[in-house]
Design a binder for this molecule. Structure first.
Ligand code: NAD
Length: 459
């Protein structure tokens, strides 16, 4: 049983150099048990505190994060290989998420519903202790997507970061204390998914799991949560389409395509990795795309000019390589040689629509380009996937933009743009890309239970 696991340590590597930059203890299942007890106690006081006091403490947490933005960004560069520009944005995103959630504390209102013979009101009660299980691809923002609204709604949070990227999460827990958040309210439990993560999933004292990661692990977690009807939010994989119609601004569409799947080295669940191009402009589009791919600056992520850094690990590099056998036709960019987990920007053409690289989530800097015949064919191809996270539609025809937005089964679409994520708009997946929504105006409500109370005026 998992209780028998002994304390082990995880080495954290810099993926650009393969140097060990830290060693972090792995939380055991028994340590998770103890953390749940402490969190439950802290949560009671937190939920009972005046809303304005909770809001003020979360704003102070946001302020302290902002003061440490550069430090957090540099840490993210070192442990995750993110480019400095991205990492700075990510640390700022944590600040913004906390601020946004703080603004929701006093606005988390129930309803008064008209009834005969009494008064009917709804109470939005915190769930208790929330387990947030985060992936390595956006360690800081995704941790905060769960933690910030959960705390704001009156819950305690136990955060299990990914094995490869625990350092920013651990630092955020220190900053929370520095900001004055109650002890044990926000604890970070680094360690193995199968041990610390699983202990959160199975623990009867954890009311909800917020999981971001692979669809395979998400399925297992959902099945385990089912045994207790434990609440669960899942943000899983994607294979998002980038649909380019002949009537679009083709230069703009081609110019935006490289970073739509190369940002974060393609380790982005929203990466637009299936480029669908109307047949009449297919050749022209590839002509325009080629210099854009070849000129992407890949290298040292701490250099301000770098656009793309390494992959997270040797295992991820192996996985990405397996999708790109030698001799496939396409466009290749460049990447450094030597130490570090490097893979060049890669676009595969002349590939079957049902080939693994065209249907599975590669989670690396690899996209496929497929031609389509007309609007109906574009929609058919866009939806020919078990995923439904994001997608882009490039057209100048407003009616078509609206029709295709309605027809594509995905949670986050953008027209003439590739943006997916804003902390104040909802985010989540259709089909096997997930369950539930995060961010947006309803973020706090996902961490409450609605209780309806009828009070008779007849007695
Ligand atoms: P992963 O599923 O292997 O791991 C994610 C987290 O779950 C890690 O913290 C891991 O330790 C933990 N975990 C692993 N096994 C577990 C278990 N049995 N019980 C409990 N916890 C367990 O995924 P990853 O490799 O870290 O991340 C990459 C994946 O995440 C990609 O497939 C990507 O699409 C997905 N992702 C999705 C979103 C989204 O919002 N939809 C965002 C980022 C990443």
């Amino acid at each position: 049983m998992s209780h028998e696991h002994h304390a082990v340590e995880h080495h954290v590597l810099n993926p650009a150099t393969e140097e060990v930059i830290a060693t972090v203890p792995a939380t055991t299942a028994a340590e998770v048990d103890a953390a749940v007890v402490r969190a439950a106690r802290a949560q009671q006081g937190w939920a009972a505190a005046a809303p304005a006091d909770r809001a003020r403490l979360l704003r102070r947490f946001a302020f302290v994060v902002d003061e440490h933005r550069e430090e957090l960004a540099r840490l993210e560069v070192r442990e995750a290989g993110h480019t400095l520009g991205n990492a700075r944005w990510e640390a700022g995103n944590v600040r913004d998420l906390l601020d946004f959630a703080a603004g929701g504390v006093e606005r988390l209102s129930g309803r008064q519903i008209p009834v005969a013979g009494g008064l009917d009101i709804t109470l939005l009660e915190p769930l208790g202790v929330i387990g947030v299980i985060a992936p390595w691809n956006f360690p800081m923002p995704i941790a905060a997507w769960g933690a910030a609204p959960a705390l704001a709604a009156g819950n305690a949070v136990l955060l299990k970061p990914a094995e490869t990227t625990p350092l920013t999460a651990l630092r955020l827990a220190e900053l929370a204390l520095e900001a004055g958040l109650p002890e044990h309210l926000f604890q970070v439990l680094p360690g193995a998914g199968a041990v610390a993560g699983n202990a959160l999933v199975e623990h009867p004292g954890v009311a909800k799991i917020v999981f971001t990661g692979s669809t395979g692990v998400g399925r297992q977690i959902m099945a385990k949560c089912a045994t207790r009807v434990k609440r669960v939010t899942l943000e899983l994989g994607g294979k998002s389409p980038n649909i380019v119609f002949a009537d679009s601004d083709l230069e703009a569409a081609a110019a935006a395509t490289p970073m739509s799947f190369l940002d974060n080295s393609g380790q982005d669940c929203c990466a637009r990795t299936r480029v669908l191009v109307e047949r009449g402009v297919y050749d022209r589009f590839l002509e325009l795309l080629t210099p854009g791919i070849e000129s992407v600056v890949v290298g040292d992520p701490s250099d301000e000019a770098t656009q793309m850094g390494p992959l997270i690990s040797a295992a991820q590099l192996e996985r990405v390589r397996s999708y790109v056998p030698d001799g496939l036709k396409g466009i290749r960019g460049s990447a450094p040689e030597g130490r570090g987990f490097w893979f060049p920007p890669t676009v595969l053409t002349d590939i079957a629509a049902d080939a693994p690289a065209a249907t599975e989530e590669v989670f690396g800097p690899v996209a496929v380009v497929l031609p389509f015949e007309d609007e109906a064919d574009a929609i058919r191809l866009a939806n020919a996937t078990e995923y439904g996270l994001s997608g882009s539609i490039w057209t100048r025809d407003v009616g078509r933009a609206i029709r295709v937005s309605r027809a594509v089964a995905a949670g986050n679409l953008s027209v003439n743009s590739h943006s997916s994520v804003r902390y104040w708009t909802p985010f989540g997946g259709y089909k096997q890309s997930g369950l539930g929504r995060e961010l947006g105006p309803d973020a706090l409500a996902a961490f409450t239970e609605t209780k309806n109370v009828f009070i008779s005026t007849e007695a």
